[in-house]
Design a protein around this ligand. Structure first.
Ligand code: NDP
Ligand code: OAA
Length: 441
């Protein structure tokens, strides 16, 4: 039997429960009002919402029900709330339990590429149903509804829920993955310290929300810049979540480095492996050509031009983001989304034998002598269970050590600058003046 409900916009307030296999939009605007005291948005384009509960293959004509039926309100909100019994269907009966993926900055450029990849199954696999929880703000709520509509129109079989909201305490509820992209871009005349503070506030608040409501083993990937220090702030505000679970995205830098090495060596980039990005996602980052390989050989055996490696290659990778902004007029979005996919897949699939990947992670207990208590990009391997280990068999020379030290010094300075957000006292900003985000040059 099929049941459908007509719910006028006035009754669309706060989701309290959802079936595990629904496709729905949920606005959390009432709770947002409660927590943040902001105006509610008009929902004119959502004024006739249909909510269906389908239990047979043949849907029947919608039945209009009373708008203020509290039982129905609890069960289903939004434009479409189709419920399925996945286990009863031949095609979906073998699927895994649904996972909940929260994304902040979900109406932004990067998310616009990323969400469709996640929904398609290319990130978590073809048997992994997905619930997307999209975090926006008053600024972006309309756009977020547009994103949700496009997701809906894409008919992805694996996408079973789409919720949108402006309150991280709602949106992050039970999240198993949190992809934190939203951040204020650095504007003209804004000091780096100002950006650290503004975005740090966002990440402190989101860390607290994750701590309160996310799955206790949630994996967090911080993309919004300055991503290493934002990740540090986030983890410091989430003491109940293992610090190890927080990542700052440096996979884009790794991919950029692989591309440049492949170009120079005249090979396709699938022949380049073992590339580490050390340090900060900034112009102090260190693309490591000492440990990297091309066709299984040391890069230095294949590319004998050390001056090119130390100068041109290193600078090209460090500044690639800025050059791209000059061409596009905005920062990398598609390739960043691809690199987020790569970063997640590296954690949910076993690392190929002998290889590794780069990710910015918490330094406590690292075997390289890097200062503790910062988020630093390092080489990692995973068994595919969402966790990772740091790679031990890497070598260092004086050049690599001195470059790593510069990035470490920068991150220690950034950390001092956000002490007020990590619970470590009064902030002191003595940032090195010659370092920048990749997009700032
Ligand atoms: N680590 C990496 O490799 C890379 C990181 N980045 C970083 O990713 C972030 C997002 O990039 P992208 O998606 O292209 O950016 P967009 O400007 O397209 O989207 C960013 C989103 O951030 C949110 N946001 C949060 N706070 C503010 C604020 N105070 N002012 C303005 N917007 C805010 C906005 O959403 P809402 O209104 O819903 O909050 C906005 O939609 C940036 O910080 C960028 O520097 C970019 C490329 C690579
Ligand atoms: O600074 C930016 O927003 C761009 C950026 O991180 C990158 O392209 O690596």
């Amino acid at each position: 039997m099929a049941v459908a409900e007509f719910i006028p916009s006035s009754s669309l307030n706060k989701r309290t429960s959802l079936y595990s296999s629904q496709l729905s939009y949920v606005s959390t605007q009432i709770s947002h009002q409660r927590r943040l005291s902001v105006r509610s948005l008009p929902r004119t384009n959502y004024s006739s919402q249909i909510c269906c509960s389908v239990t047979s293959k043949e849907a029947q004509a919608p039945t209009v029900v009373q708008a203020d039926d509290p039982k129905k309100k609890n069960e289903c909100y939004g434009v479409f709330c189709l419920t399925y019994d996945l286990k009863a269907e031949e095609e979906t009966g073998s699927w895994k339990k649904m996972i909940s993926v929260a994304v902040s900055g979900a109406a932004g450029m990067i998310a616009n590429h990323l969400l469709f990849k996640i929904a398609s199954g290319e990130v978590f696999g073809p048997d992994q149903p997905i619930a997307l929880r999209l975090l926006g703000s008053e600024r972006s709520l309309q756009a977020l509804e547009g994103v949700a509509m496009e997701l809906e129109d894409s008919l992805y079989p694996l996408l079973r829920e789409v919720n949108i909201g402006t309150d991280p305490y709602e949106v992050f509820q039970d999240a198993e993955w949190a992809l934190l992209i939203g951040a204020k871009p650095r504007g003209p005349g804004m000091e780096r310290a100002g950006l650290l503070d503004i975005n740090g506030q966002i990440y402190a608040a989101q860390g607290k929300a994750l701590n309160a409501v996310a799955s206790p083993n949630v994996k967090v990937i911080v993309v919004g810049n300055p991503c290493n220090t934002n990740a540090l702030i986030c983890l410091k505000n989430a003491p109940n979540i293992p610090a190890k679970n927080f990542h700052a995205l440096t996979r884009l830098d790794e991919n950029r480095a692989k591309c440049q090495l492949a170009l120079k060596a005249g090979v396709f980039y699938d022949k380049v492996s073992n590339v580490t990005i050390w340090g900060n996602h900034s112009t102090t980052q260190v693309p490591d050509f000492l440990n990297a390989k091309i066709n299984g050989l040391s890069v230095k055996e294949v590319i004998k031009d050390t001056k090119w490696l130390e100068e041109e290659f290193t600078e090209k990778v460090q500044k690639r983001g800025g050059v791209l902004i000059q061409k596009w007029g905005r920062s990398s979005a598609a390739s960043t989304a691809v690199s987020i996919v790569d970063a997640i897949r590296s954690l949910v699939t076993p690392t190929p034998e002998g290889d590794w990947f780069s990710t910015g992670v918490y330094t406590n207990g690292n075997p390289y002598g890097i200062a503790e208590d910062i988020v630093f990009s390092m080489p990692c391997r995973s068994k595919g269970d969402g966790d990772y280990e740091l790679v031990k068999e890497v070598i260092f020379d004086d050049y690599l050590r001195s470059r790593i030290k510069k990035s470490e010094d920068e991150l220690l300075a950034e950390k001092r600058c956000v002490a007020h957000l990590t619970g470590e006292g009064i902030a002191v900003c003595d940032l090195p003046g010659d370092t920048m985000l990749p997009g700032e040059m």
